[in-house]
Design a protein around this ligand. Structure first.
Ligand code: ADP
Ligand code: MG
Length: 705
C-alpha cells in the first residue's frame, strides 16, 4: 500500500509544483487526524451541485489552481451559498480563472477544479504555520488570525519537533491567550489546538519535503476545531547539513605539549606574545616554537617546521600569514597532530579567496582527523593548566567556575581586563571561536558540559552555523548547568520573499528567542547584564522558590525593589509573625514593618551594625524567605556594614548585596564582600534582575525534568 501523503508530494513534484493545493493539503491533514472542512473537487457544474447536496447547505466554493495562491484576494472564494447560488458561483469562478492558462482544466496548471465544502460555523480564528529558518530548520508558528496576526504580529514560534509543553507554552505566550481561554462567551478548545500543533510538528518531521505550512484560518470552538483553509509549500532539492563530528576535545583545552607555528622573536607580534604568555603564566606542558629563521625564541629552542620536532605534539597554534596555513596544516598532518588553533586572519571573514583557502585548510584537517578552532581568533584560555593561545598579553586571570564562549577573540581579551579590575568571579575556560570553520558553539558546549571546573557558561553569539545541533546540545547542558546567552544582530529583518504567511513572519530574532526558551537558555541583552547574571550563578546556590526579602536603607528604593521583583516574576516574601516580632524590636513603634524592609528608622536608632545584623538574622531565620537582597551605603563618617558571612553561608540561600555611595568606599566594600563569595551590585534592581535568572533557571530545570 502506498502512503497517501507521499503520493500527493510525488504527484506535485511530477507536475513541477512546489505548492500543494487546498484539497491536497486537507487530504494530508485528514490522514494525520486533523479535522478539516471537506476537500471535494468539482470538475463540472453538475458535480458541484451534487456535492453540495451531499454536504448540505450553506456551502463554500473556492477556486483550485496552482496559479492562485491567495484565493480570496483574487476573488476565488464564494462563501455561504444556498441551493440556488451554487451553479452561478461555479460558473463565475471557472470563467474568471480559466484564461489563466491555455491548459485550463488539465493537470498541469490553470483551473484544476472547484473545491466544494461546507460553510463552517464561525469560531475563533487561529493560524498554525510552519516555516524554514536558515539556522534552526523547520519552525512551528501559532497565533490568532485576522488583525492579530496581520497587524499585531501576535505569534509564537518553536523549533520543530515540539513537545507537548512547547505547544502549550506557544499558546500561552501570545498576548491573545486570554481570548482563547474565553472572552465574551467565546472560547477555544485548547487541548485540540495543542493536538493540531503536535500533529503538524510530527508531519514535518516525517515529511521533510514539506517546507512551509499555513493553516489559515483554523476555526476553534469550545469543543474541537476545524481547519478551514490550508496550503503547503515543498522544499527544493535536499540540503545536506554539515557532518557532525563530536569527539574528545581534551587536547584542545588541555594539551600537554604545544607547537607555536609562526613564533616570532619580535615583541608585540602575535607569534611572540603567545610564547611569552605561555611562559609568563607558567603553562604546565611543553612549548615548541616553530620558525625557520630563528634558532631560539624566548630562551626556547625553535624548530624550522613542526614535523621536525622530535617529541609528541598535542596542539599546534598557527600564527603565520594566511597564505602558508595550507602548507602548515599539511606539516601538522604529517606530524600526527590532532588539534590546531588558527590565530591567523585573512580567511572567509575577509574575501572569497579567503573562503576558498579556509575550505582547503579544513579539507586537509578533516582528512587527517585534526580538529580546528578558528581561524581568526584568540582561541583558548584555560586557567587550570595555564594553557592559552591568546596573542593579547595576559598577566594573570583568576581561575574560577565561569566559562566563556565568544565568536570574537578580542572581546575576550577586553573581558579579562574587565574581570581583573572589577568583577571578582573567576574563569574556568575561555574559547574564542573565530570563523568556526570546524569547531563551533555546540562542540565547545558539549565539552564544557562535562568539565568539572565549569559551573555556568556565558556565550556571546553573532550567528550559529548549525542551529539544530546547538539546540540539541544546549538542551542537554542546561539540565546540568545554566547557559547565559548574549546574541547580537537580532534586529535583522531578513525577510525573503515568502509564499506562505508564516514564512513572512518568521524573523531570525523571534526564532532565536523561541529556540532559547526551548533549550532552557537564559537570554540577556547587554554585556553588563551578562556579567551581572553570571556572577550570581558563579557565587550563589539556587533559590528554592520565588519568595524574596529585601532590606534597604531607604524607602524610595524599597518601592523600586518591589517593582523590580514584580517585573522579573519574583514574589515578595510574607514575613512570619516571629520575623515581624524580631524586626519590631529594632524598629521605632511608629514605623510599619513590611517587606521590603525600610531599615532607615532602625539605623537611626541603633546605628548601622545592630540594625543590619538584627534584620538579616531575622529574615534569614524565616522559612518563607527563599532569597535575600541587602542594600547598604558607603559614606565617609559612617561605618559601612560588614555582614556576618558565616551566618549567610549557613542559611544556604542566595544573598545579594548592593552598595551605593562614595566610589572609593564602595570599591572597598565590594572587595570585602565578593572576596567572601557574595555578589555585590551597584543598584537593587540589578541584584533583583540577576536573582530572577537564578529563579528562572531553577524553574526551567524543574519543568524540564
Ligand atoms: P485564502 O486564504 O486563500 O484567501 P481562504 O480559504 O482562507 O482563502 O478563505 C478566505 C476566508 O474565507 C477565510 O479566512 C475564512 O474566513 C472564510 N472561509 C473559507 N472557507 C470557509 C469555510 N469552509 N467555512 C467558513 N468560512 C470559510
Ligand atoms: Mg486562508
Amino acid at each position: 500500500m502506498t502512503d497517501p501523503i507521499e503520493e500527493i508530494i510525488v504527484r506535485a513534484r511530477r507536475e513541477d509544483r512546489v505548492y500543494l493545493l487546498e484539497h491536497e493539503c486537507k487530504a494530508i491533514l485528514k490522514s494525520i487526524g486533523v479535522p478539516t472542512t471537506s476537500c471535494l473537487v468539482a470538475k463540472s457544474e453538475e458535480e458541484a451541485v451534487s456535492m453540495s447536496e451531499a454536504i448540505g447547505y450553506p456551502v463554500v466554493l473556492k477556486i483550485l489552481s496552482p496559479e492562485v495562491i491567495h484565493k480570496s484576494d483574487a476573488g476565488g472564494v464564494k462563501l455561504n451559498l444556498g441551493r440556488e447560488e451554487v451553479r452561478e458561483a461555479y460558473h463565475e469562478l471557472v470563467a474568471k480563472f480559466t484564461p489563466l492558462s491555455p491548459s485550463a482544466g488539465g493537470d498541469k496548471g490553470g483551473v484544476i477544479g472547484v473545491s466544494v465544502q461546507e460553510m463552517a460555523k464561525p469560531g475563533l480564528e487561529v493560524i498554525v504555520g510552519v516555516a524554514r529558518d536558515a539556522t534552526f530548520g523547520p519552525v512551528l508558528m501559532f497565533g490568532l488570525g485576522g488583525v492579530f496576526v496581520e497587524v499585531l504580529k501576535d505569534v509564537a514560534f518553536r523549533v520543530i519537533p515540539v513537545s507537548e509543553r512547547d505547544a502549550q507554552e506557544m499558546m500561552e505566550e501570545i498576548k491573545g491567550y486570554q481570548l482563547l481561554q474565553g472572552y465574551r462567551g467565546r472560547s477555544a478548545d485548547i487541548a485540540s489546538l495543542r493536538d493540531i500543533l503536535l500533529k503538524v510538528s510530527d508531519l514535518v518531521m516525517a515529511y521533510p519535503a514539506i517546507k512551509e505550512v499555513d493553516l489559515n484560518p483554523v476555526f476553534a470552538y469550545p469543543k474541537g476545531c476545524l481547519v478551514v483553509d490550508a496550503r503547503m509549500i515543498l522544499d527544493g532539492p535536499d540540503r545536506f547539513p554539515k557532518p557532525v563530528r563530536s569527539g574528545d576535545l581534551t587536547a584542545v583545552f588541555e594539551p600537554r605539549s604545544v607547537a607555536i607555528i609562526g613564533a616570532s622573536t619580535t615583541p608585540g607580534k602575535a607569534g611572540f606574545n603567545i610564547v611569552d604568555n605561555l611562559l609568563r603564566l607558567g603553562y604546565k606542558g611543553e612549548v615548541y616554537p616553530v620558525n625557520p629563521k630563528a634558532e631560539e625564541i624566548l630562551g626556547l629552542r625553535a624548530y624550522p617546521t613542526v614535523d621536525q620536532i622530535p617529541h609528541q605534539v598535542d596542539m599546534a597554534i598557527i600564527a603565520t600569514p594566511a597564505g602558508v596555513v595550507v602548507d602548515v596544516m599539511r606539516d601538522c598532518a604529517r606530524k600526527g597532530i590532532k588539534s590546531a588553533i588558527i590565530i591567523s586572519s585573512g580567511f572567509s571573514e575577509e574575501s572569497e579567496e579567503g573562503r576558498r583557502l579556509e575550505e582547503e585548510v579544513v579539507a586537509i584537517a578533516r582528512e587527517a582527523d585534526i580538529r580546528i578552532l578558528g581561524p581568526n581568533t584568540t582561541g583558548i584560555f584555560n586557567p587550570e593548566n595555564k594553557f592559552t593561545s591568546s596573542f593579547i598579553p595576559v598577566d594573570r586571570v583568576a581561575s574560577g567556575n565561569v566559562a566563556f564562549i565568544a565568536q570574537t577573540g578580542l572581546f575576550l581579551g577586553v573581558l579579562f581586563e574587565h574581570l581583573l579590575s572589577s568583577q571578582r568571579f573567576g574563569i574556568s575556560k575561555v574559547a574564542g571561536l573565530g570563523n568556526k570553520a570546524d569547531l563551533d558553539d555546540a562542540d565547545i558546549l558539549e565539552y564544557l558540559a562535562s568539565d568539572a571546573q565549569t559551573r555556568v557558561v556565558a556565550m556571546y553569539i553573532e550567528g550559529l552555523s548549525d542551529g539544530r545541533r546547538f539546540l540539541q546540545v544546549a538542551r542537554e547542558v542546561t539540565r546540568e548547568k545554566p547557559i547565559v546567552v548574549l546574541k547580537s544582530g537580532t534586529t535583522d529583518a531578513g525577510a525573503e520573499a515568502a509564499l506562505s504567511h508564516t514564512a513572512s513572519l518568521a524573523g531570525r530574532a523571534e526564532v532565536f528567542e523561541a529556540a532559547c526558551r526551548q533549550a532552557g537558555i537564559l537570554r540577556v541583552q547587554s554585556f553588563e547584564e551578562m556579567l551581572d547574571v553570571v556572577k550570581a550563578f558563579s557565587f550563589l546556590p539556587l533559590p528554592k522558590g520565588k519568595r524574596v526579602a529585601v532590606i534597604h536603607y531607604t524607602g524610595a528604593a524599597c518601592v523600586i525593589a518591589a517593582d523590580a521583583c514584580q517585573r522579573e516574576g519574583l514574589e515578595l516574601a510574607e514575613f512570619s509573625p516571629a520575623t515581624v516580632r524580631a524586626l519590631r524590636e529594632i524598629t521605632p513603634a511608629w514605623h510599619r514593618i513590611r517587606n521590603p524592609v525600610d531599615l532607615w528608622p532602625a539605623i537611626e536608632r541603633h546605628w548601622v551594625d545592630t540594625a543590619y545584623g538584627a534584620a538579616i538574622e531575622a529574615v534569614l531565620r524565616d522559612e518563607g524567605v527563599d532569597a535575600l537582597v541587602v542594600s547598604m551605603f558607603a559614606m565617609p563618617r559612617w561605618e559601612t556594614y560588614t555582614p556576618d558571612f558565616d551566618l549567610l553561608r549557613a542559611s544556604d540561600r542566595p544573598v545579594f548585596f548592593c552598595v551605593e555611595g562614595n566610589d572609593e568606599l564602595v570599591r572597598e566594600a565590594v572587595a570585602r564582600i565578593e572576596g567572601q563569595g557574595f555578589p555585590v551590585y551597584p543598584q537593587v534592581n540589578r541584584a533583583v534582575f540577576a536573582l530572577s535568572h537564578l529563579s528562572k533557571y531553577r524553574i526551567g530545570r524543574l519543568v524540564n525534568w
